[in-house]
Design a protein around this ligand. Structure first.
Ligand SMILES: [Ca+2]
Length: 329
């Protein structure tokens, strides 16, 4: 009764052994007839060390399985590492800092790409003709200064403080567009980052922070008391003491006017992506109003044109400062 199963076992064992001799780990061709391996099986089946026939092929199979498993683990780790690298590229950190030494640093907030309507509706209180509405796409993320550049930061970079209203944590003012360019150039060198002024579109996009109203918080100018300084003490105020907008940016309305990179000019007639302003023109754009300006002149869409060499103090008693942007890398 046991003859048939025994025959099958012999056949299987012969197959495995033959495969082992061929180095194929057991996947070789079926051995049949009275071949030498089968004779070996017969001899081994009769010897006291019956299991030795199967030991060698079993080890080979185990080694092969281990190698396959090891390769899979390596491939899996490599694949996951690639995925993590891709995620890091897609998702820059929410904030950045620039160290100036001596405990002075600049905080920057990530502004993600998006679309918004630049300019104001004709119904907006305080609106001016130069604010024609048009669709703008900001295609690239950037970091923007959480606050305008302070006097202690400016002094670290430029070695001087031209501000009229002194205070380490107050915004630097009495600076021209040319001064701001020099600050950005020097800070780009020392920080190894690309530091520049925001474009006018980047500034309004960041100021609105998703809002479509006159101010970042709504249409009612009474809300300015919570978000903007209005010079009740006859001076500028330290940065970051009022409420930030929805994207964590402070003092976009008032305190100091902020220089933008662009030349001043008419907006494009249609939609625009990453607009850079006109290619020609003497004046540069300033945004956000300052501590002496009326509520209408610190709206999100409000814009003025100023010669790049003017520092502000003698310009209707206004305060001119700036904040910077940095590319996300
Ligand atoms: Ca401001």
């Amino acid at each position: 009764m046991n003859a048939q199963p025994e025959e099958n076992e012999r056949s299987k064992a012969g197959t495995v052994l033959k495969a082992a001799e061929q180095g194929s780990g057991g996947s070789g061709i079926l051995v049949s007839g009275n071949s030498r391996p089968l004779d070996d099986i017969d001899r081994n089946l009769r010897c006291p060390f019956l299991d030795s026939t199967f030991r060698q092929p079993t080890i080979i199979l185990k080694v092969k399985s281990f190698i396959q498993f090891f390769v899979l683990v390596i491939l899996s780790i490599a694949s996951q590492s690639g995925a993590f690298a891709a995620e890091e590229k897609k998702a820059p950190e929410a904030k950045q800092e620039i160290e100036f030494g001596g405990g002075v640093k600049m905080e920057l907030v990530l502004v993600n790409p998006g679309k918004f309507t630049m300019g104001s509706p004709v119904t907006e209180k305080g609106r001016e003709a130069a604010e024609s509405q048009h669709a703008v796409t900001i295609s690239k993320a950037f970091y923007m200064g959480k606050y305008t550049v302070t006097q202690e930061q400016y002094e670290k970079v430029m070695g001087s403080n031209p501000s009229k209203f002194k205070g380490a944590k107050k915004p630097v003012e009495n600076v021209s567009w040319d001064d701001a360019q020099e600050f950005c150039r020097k800070l780009s060198t020392t920080s190894a980052k690309t530091v520049r002024l925001p474009t006018e579109a980047e500034w309004e996009y960041a100021c609105r922070a998703g809002s479509a109203t006159a101010y970042c918080f709504g249409d009612d100018e009474a809300g300015l008391a919570e978000y903007a300084w209005h010079g009740t003490s006859g001076t500028t105020d330290p940065v970051g003491e009022k409420k930030p907008n929805a994207w964590g940016l402070y003092d976009m309305h008032r305190n100091v006017y902020e220089w933008c990179q662009d030349r001043y000019g008419d907006y494009p007639a249609g939609a625009a992506t990453d607009p850079q302003g006109p290619v020609e023109g003497a004046d540069r754009v300033m945004r956000g109003g300052c501590w002496v300006t009326s509520p209408g002149d610190c709206r999100s869409a409000h814009r003025i044109k100023v010669s790049p060499s003017i520092r502000g103090v003698d310009f209707l008693g206004m305060s001119f400062g700036f904040r910077v942007v940095v590319a996300p890398h």
